[in-house]
Design a protein around this ligand. Structure first.
Ligand code: SF4
Length: 375
C-alpha cells in the first residue's frame, strides 16, 4: 500500500471532545483528525463495531424500537448487523482482505449482544436516560450542541434534563477505564459536554459513563468544573491554530512513546520515524522502516500464499540491524495493484508482532493490527 498524503495544515474552526483529546496528545494528530483522508488508512474493526453500537443506542434512545422485550432485542440486533454491513462495504481494502465478512470481525457477536441488551434496557425504561421528564425539544439523544462563541461543538449520547445528567455510552472497543472508575479523558469529555449544555441553558450536575458491560461510572460536575474545561479547550484551540498558521504537519508533531502509542498516523508521520528509538517499543509497539535485501521468499500457509522478507532496518522501534519479516499474506501487499516488494524497496511495517522464534530479529504480522506500506 502507498503511504497516504499528509493533510494540508489549516486552522481548525472548533473543537469537538474527540478533537480536543487528539490535540492534547499531539497537534499533528489533531490536524489529521480534522483534515486527513481517513479512508486512506485501514479502520480498526473495533472502531466500526463501536460506532455501530452507538447507532443502535441512539435509535433506542429516540424510541425507535418496539417496547416488547423480544421484539426490541431482535430489532436492535438487526440494526447492528445492517450498520456493520454498511460500514464494512465502505471499509479500507486491507480490513476487508483480513476479515472476509462482518461476522469475522473480532468480537462482532459480543458487541452485537451488548448493543441489543443495552437497547432493550433503554426501550423498557430501565436506563436513567428513559426518565419521563426528558424534554423532546432540547434534551434527548444525540442532540448537537454548539457553544455561544461557536468554538466548541458536541453531540452527547443522551441528555436527561429531568435529572440534570449527561450520559455517554462506551462500547468497550477502546482501551478505556473499566468499572466504575473514570479515566482522565472521560472526565474531560463529561465536563466538556456539561459546558456545552450550560452554554445552551441546560443545567447539568452530573455526567455518567455507561459501559458496554452495563457498569456505570458517575461524575459530579459543578458549573465551575464545566466552565474551566471549556476555557482550557479554547486556550488549546488558540495555541493549535497559532501553530497551524506557520508550522508544517511535521513541525506540529509531538512524538513520544505515550503520544504515538496506537496512533493511526504512524505510517505517514515523518517526525515519528525520525525520533522513534528501540526504547519506545515496550510502550508504543514494534514499527520498522527497512530496506528489502533479498528476493521475497514465498510459501503456502493455511492454503494461502505468504511472503517472508529479509530486510535491513533503517529506523523505528527495532534494535537489530537485520530483521526477517515472516509470513506476510501476499494479498496484503498487493492491494493497490502493486507488486510484492523487491530488493532495494523500502517498506514501513506498522504494529509488527513478536514471534515465538526467540529471536528479536524475526518478527511476524498480526491480523488485527499490522499494516505494510511502500515508502
Ligand atoms: S505518530 Fe506520534 S507524532 Fe505522529 S501524529 Fe501520531 S502522535 Fe503525533
Amino acid at each position: 500500500m502507498k503511504i497516504p498524503q499528509i493533510p494540508t495544515v489549516k486552522t481548525i474552526s472548533h473543537f469537538t471532545p474527540s478533537l480536543y483529546e487528539a490535540a492534547l496528545r499531539c497537534k499533528a494528530l489533531a490536524i489529521w483528525s480534522a483534515f486527513g483522508e481517513r479512508n486512506t488508512l485501514p479502520q480498526s474493526s473495533n472502531a466500526i463495531l463501536g460506532s455501530c453500537f452507538h447507532k443502535v443506542l441512539e435509535l433506542a434512545n429516540k424510541g425507535q424500537f418496539p417496547q416488547d422485550k423480544k421484539a426490541c432485542y431482535d430489532a436492535a440486533r438487526q440494526v447492528f448487523e445492517e450498520q456493520v454491513q454498511l460500514q464494512y462495504q465502505n471499509a479500507h481494502p486491507l480490513l476487508k482482505s483480513k476479515f472476509r465478512s462482518i461476522d469475522r470481525l473480532p468480537y462482532y457477536y459480543l458487541f452485537r449482544e451488548r448493543a441489543a441488551l443495552h437497547a432493550t434496557d433503554i426501550a423498557l425504561q430501565k436506563q436513567p436516560s428513559t426518565s419521563p421528564g426528558i424534554s423532546k425539544l432540547v434534551g434527548g439523544a444525540e442532540v448537537s450542541l454548539v457553544s455561544r462563541d461557536g468554538l466548541i461543538k458536541g453531540r452527547p449520547d443522551y441528555i436527561n434534563i429531568a435529572k440534570s445528567e449527561v450520559i455517554d455510552y462506551k462500547s468497550g472497543t477502546k482501551a478505556e477505564a473499566v468499572g466504575t472508575e473514570l479515566s482522565v479523558s472521560e472526565i474531560r469529555q463529561l465536563r466538556l459536554y456539561a459546558h456545552l449544555c450550560l452554554e445552551n441553558d441546560i443545567q447539568i450536575s452530573q455526567g455518567i459513563i455507561v459501559r458496554g458491560n452495563n457498569q456505570h461510572a458517575t461524575l459530579t460536575i459543578s458549573d465551575q468544573d464545566a466552565r474551566t474545561e471549556g476555557d482550557a479547550a479554547r486556550v488549546l484551540l488558540a495555541e493549535l491554530n497559532a501553530a497551524a498558521a506557520h508550522q508544517t504537519f511535521q513541525e506540529m508533531a509531538e512524538p513520544s512513546p505515550e503520544n504515538c502509542k496506537g496512533c493511526s498516523c504512524i505510517p505517514l508521520c515523518e517526525a515519528f520515524w525520525e525520533q522513534a528509538t528501540p526504547e519506545w517499543a515496550n510502550e508504543c509497539g514494534l514499527h520498522l522502516e527497512a530496506e528489502v535485501i533479498e528476493p521475497p521468499n514465498p510459501s503456502i500457509n493455511s492454503a494461502s500464499r505468504v511472503i517472508t522478507l529479509q530486510t535491513n532496518a533503517i529506523r523505528g522501534t527495532f534494535s537489530p540491524a537485520q530483521v526477517t519479516i515472516q509470513q506476510i499474506p501476499e494479498n496484503w501487499l498487493m492491494l493497490d495493484g502493486e507488486n510484492i516488494p523487491e530488493v532495494g524497496d523500502v517498506i514501513r511495517l506498522v504494529n509488527a508482532k513478536v514471534t515465538n522464534s526467540g529471536s528479536s530479529s524475526v518478527v511476524g504480522v498480526d491480523k488485527f493490527s499490522t499494516s505494510i506500506w511502500m515508502v
